[in-house]
Write a protein that binds this ligand. Structure first.
Ligand SMILES: O=C(O)C1=C[C@@H](OP(=O)(O)O)[C@@H](O)[C@H](O)C1
Ligand SMILES: C=C(OP(=O)(O)O)C(=O)O
Length: 439
């Protein structure tokens, strides 16, 4: 699907979609349990992939009023009767690789073209280190993957600068191994707040796990030298239910739409504080000069159109914000420097390169370095063009934002990929007053 967007003035109220990261973890944790109801889940393509995996391991996920009822496999996954298709979802493939290592037999995991080009090698090595079998069929560290368990736990070391999802996978699976898992980080951890999300969900399911400090003291994931999860634990959420908070990566597009185009202001609901690193978008928009008010208790953000100035942002903890910040930078006055972003190249597409290329087509001046993206707002005048969404939901949404302010028509190709994390993105923009045509 192509979407055509023209300059518009936005106003009104938008509801943030539920968090993708929390939804994946909550339904998988319910799978590791004997079951639970996950309320307010994100009902989109990526969590559906995790739900399919839970079913393949002997559980069941069904829609009930306001949520998903999950019947779990109680810590002992069946050997799947078929290949598990993880679709476009990196989170599913990594987290479920951990589950597969617990099954007494072979699991085969695959995904779409994008997912089959993403790095899995460090997680495969970790599972081999725990005594399992974990192979890439092509021997290149990418899916299709063949995993054979069961592993009983142990100690592994793993790089922290490729994907934090490897750590999440090992912690979630480690809790139901016999011995538990100790993880030593070989490098600094990127995307660390995502492991904090994991620890928060594990705690809500009554599972103990912790970061280990460089000096053996207590730290949050961002300063950790490793992680530890004792084995023999049981997943069981209080009251048999879990509630998913709103998604701040998705909120980033609504906030950006507000600072770019809401002359009369707009309100974003569902913005309760949580462990999400992408909450940083509120402070980033403010630092750029955005008029943003966040009532944390009410979970509401008021935002209105503002003159923006370029800033420097380190996205080591918040890789998914890069496309949004790049678009804001193209409209801001002065230079926006997005640093510490090499790991943003390992996503659904190389997002550093994709944003440099496509914003360039819209008239932005962008310089790409291995670990930095620099947007020269002062030399950028956005005017409509046909741009490619790279089959990547975040590229599609970030380029659509540019369409709200560019002169003339912006056509975003492959716009249907918003189904991964924000299925009604274009309906929400339309309701806020955007001009959207779908072909
Ligand atoms: O664990 C998660 O829910 C996620 C972790 C991050 O990936 P990396 O840890 O691979 O950077 C993030 O980019 C992804 O969208 C979701
Ligand atoms: C990278 C993302 O997700 P995943 O790793 O689950 O594909 C994302 O949602 O931006």
């Amino acid at each position: 699907m192509d979407v055509t967007i023209t300059r518009a003035s936005l106003r009104g109220t938008a509801q943030a979609p539920p968090s993708k990261s929390y939804t994946h973890r909550a339904i998988l944790a319910a799978g590791y349990a004997s079951g639970a109801t996950v309320y307010d889940p994100l009902d989109s393509a990526d969590p559906h992939a995790t739900a399919r995996a839970i079913e393949a391991f002997g559980g069941d996920v069904s829609a009930v009023d306001g949520g998903f009822a999950v019947e779990g496999f109680a810590g002992v996954p069946d050997v799947p009767a078929n290949v598990i298709d993880c679709g476009n979802s990196g989170t599913t493939m990594r987290l479920v690789t951990g589950t597969a290592a617990l099954a007494d037999g072979i699991t085969v995991l695959t995904g779409d073209d994008s997912l089959r080009s993403r790095p899995q090698g460090p997680l495969l090595d970790a599972i081999e280190g725990l005594g399992g079998r974990a192979e890439s069929t092509r021997g290149n560290g990418q899916a299709p993957l063949v995993i054979e368990g069961p592993v009983s736990g142990g100690r592994v070391s793993i790089p922290g600068d490729v994907s934090s999802q490897y750590i999440t996978a090992l912690l979630m699976a480690g809790a139901v191994t016999e011995e538990g898992i100790e993880i030593d980080l070989e490098t600094e951890l990127k995307s660390a707040p995502y492991v904090d999300i994991t620890l928060e969900v594990l705690s809500a399911f009554g599972v103990e796990a912790e970061p280990v400090g460089a000096d053996g003291g207590e730290v949050r994931s961002a300063g950790a030298s490793g992680f530890r999860v004792p084995g023999g634990q049981t997943y069981e959420p209080e009251g048999g239910e879990y509630h998913v908070p709103g998604d701040f990566s998705s909120i980033s597009y609504l906030l950006a739409a507000g600072v770019l185009a809401a002359d009369e202001g707009l309100t974003v609901r569902g913005a309760q504080p949580s462990a999400q690193g992408d909450t940083a978008i509120v402070g980033i928009a403010e630092r750029m000069g955005g008029d943003v008010q966040w009532d944390r208790e009410a979970g509401e953000i008021e935002v209105s159109k503002s003159e923006l100035s370029g800033i420097t942002v380190d996205v080591g903890d918040t890789p998914d914000l890069l496309p949004t910040i790049a678009t804001l930078g193209a409209v801001a006055d002065g230079e926006t420097r997005i640093t510490n972003c090499e790991h943003v190249r390992y996503k659904e597409t190389d997002r550093v390169s994709a944003m440099a290329t496509e914003l360039g087509k819209l008239g932005a001046s962008v310089t790409e370095y291995e670990d930095e993206l620099v947007v020269h707002g002062e030399d950028s005048e956005l005017s409509g063009a046909i741009v490619d969404g790279y089959d990547d939901h975040r590229i599609v949404m970030a380029l659509s934002l540019a369409g709200l302010v560019a002169e003339g028509e912006t056509v975003v190709r492959g716009a249907e990929h918003v189904d991964v994390s924000f299925p009604d993105f274009f309906d929400v923009l339309y309701d806020l007053g955007a001009t959207i045509q779908r072909q």
